[in-house]
Design a protein around this ligand. Sequence first.
Ligand code: S3P
Length: 756
Amino acid sequence: MSSPVINKLVVIGLGLIGGSLAKAARERQLCTEVIGVSRSQQVCDRALETAVADRAVTSLADIAGELAAGDVLVIAVPTLAVAKVMAEVSQIVSDQVTITDVASVKGSVVADATRIYGQLPSQFVPGHPIAGGENSGIEAVNSQLFENHKVILTPSDSTGEQHLQRIVQLWQGAGATTEQMSVAEHDEVLAATSHLPHMLAFLLVDTLAGMRDNREIFRYAAGGFRDFTRIAGSDPVMWHDIAQANRGALVSTIDHLMGNLAEMRQAIDAGDSEYLLGVFTRAREARNHFTKMLEMKAYMEPESDNNVIFTVQPGGAVNGTVRVPGDKSISHRSIMLGSLAEGVTEVTGFLEGEDSLATLQAFRDMGVVIEGPTNQGGGDGQGNGRVTIHGVGLHGLKQPAGPLYLGNSGTSMRLLSGLLAGQAFDTELTGDHSLSGRPMNRVAEPLRTMGARIETAENGRPPLRIKGGSHLKAIDYKLPMASAQVKSCVLLAGLYAQGETRTTEPAPTRDHTERMLSGFGYPVERDGASATVRSGGKISATTIDVPADISSATFFMVAAAIAPGSDITLQHVGINPTRIGVINILRLMGANIDLHNEREIGGEPVADIRVRYAPLKGIAIPEDQVPLAIDEFPALFVAAACAEGQTVLTGAEELRVKESDRIQAMADGLQILGVDAQPTADGMIINGGDSGCGKIGSGEVESCDDHRIAMAFAVAGLRATGPVRINNCNNVATSFPGFVELAQKTGIQVTEDRTR
Ligand code: S3P
């Protein structure tokens, strides 16, 4: 730290939290001097011995006169002792000094401050670091305690901006991140996530200790007991204070839990396996979900400042036989229809990518018991992604407890909106930064015509708020754009609408929804560009084998098509006629592609695709191929850059509203790499090089948080003249977990680094 962010730092209370903050500030030189205050001379002595403070005093009065603007005073005593300390502070500390606290309950502290000062003083910034441990006191002090932890601040309208900024800087300097929320929200959230678990741990130990054979019990109480009750070793005074100070919120969470506990007791007594399996599977998955969140994985923490960077060394070829992960579109639909089915649906080959997992989690949040995905081994993808869905029927979903968070996934949001418009309950759909910028009126408008009540944010962007209990009427909808998501959304709403719902598309788009509905025994009439469903049918459980995703296979197809010496076979790839634009376009460019072992699996055609290097030439891409290759253009632009002559794409304005503006993102990156790529309103003009010699240079490009842009540039490295560095590749896991490992295995010299 180059210059201190504050002048003097006074910490009243040198326990675990206060002492650790004092020591962190001192070590990181966040202030000019750290002064500790403790009533105990022994603690003061220890603070000096262990370098927790520069000075330590037993009374605030000894130093209060020295404090002025730019100084910070931290009240780090147990919650119910804050009032007494604050009363003293209010008498002797100048109103220029910034004051904060670290108590676990904010309502009581803010009430104390208001009472003592007559109003909430502008110098006071209520705070709560979400850090700690079961050990307490100055001996437990740890200057790294706040590293990568959150600190919640609950400022009010009257809090002075300079005071707030000083506290933010102090905590950030100590390694924490800060967040702001209201006092009431803080106390409710903490009652559930911290206070309740502590009450349970204390009570469980106390209950067992009070049982007659307690010695025997404790002798055998190893793993589970130890894990569950670790926090019962925490400071009793601190927890006594919290229980009293957050009485209201804590009582209501306890009531909620007691209801569920009574239900569980009954289920255990009655041997109700479905109930038990439901609770355990949902809880285990929710826990994994939260763990990801805590680890700041891209799925739940897209805004995190973790930057995954791909670096590709130039040259090489791709060879071998590989299987890429399961089809994203089919994986989403397998969860949706499996959940609405009657009976148990078994899925294999499910894509364990963050997008399809977002759909899976959404259905769990609506009460569906879904086991898996479990990995059955098999190395190259075979046997992976086993999911068992205990369908609840078309009318069996339950209202989720909060908004459904769909990460980066447009397919989840658009298909779910149709399905949820027909439910009896309200829902809210949210997503990450990229999804929050994507157009949703294309689904909201037809759904409103059907009678759905849907609100969007400004300009038709997420979040979507969908009112339950609407009586939907069927429509005959002519899609204004070629979009499988919009078509599927309307058809799914049609399952709940009175009458006959028909969609007519301007050009063929992927028809997985129609095929899968039929596979689940739900009648869908298809007539040219139209598809029709009626409500009142039944979805019957089935088995689904998800083929490998042709959109993921595309990166290796293009890799082999551009890198001399390549010969790769991609196994078990879905070659649904509405998805094979990439094969058609690459063949038109001169690529050497053979399909082997063509077969039909569960209503979807599948083949092994072999691609051998052959020189490519530029073409005018036929517009009728655009919807059939809509996700493949980032990679196809790279193929065009390596082709001899000009490639022109038109009629592809939809690319501008994908996970990023894919026309701009690719044109920008290709230009950085020295490629003559000119973006147009609805496509791109790329002037490739002479065949056989790479025209792609070296450089640093942005993926714009878009998985397919990141992977396309990784492939470009094969024909680059120097290293290619690709920033912000976090989202690759949305569609292609394990991309880097598979790319390395085939011969692409890509490595992955994570920076902050
Ligand atoms: C998808 C449809 C396409 C595609 C997306 C998946 C689907 O979107 O880009 O990755 O599963 O229905 P549009 O329908 O918006 O073209």
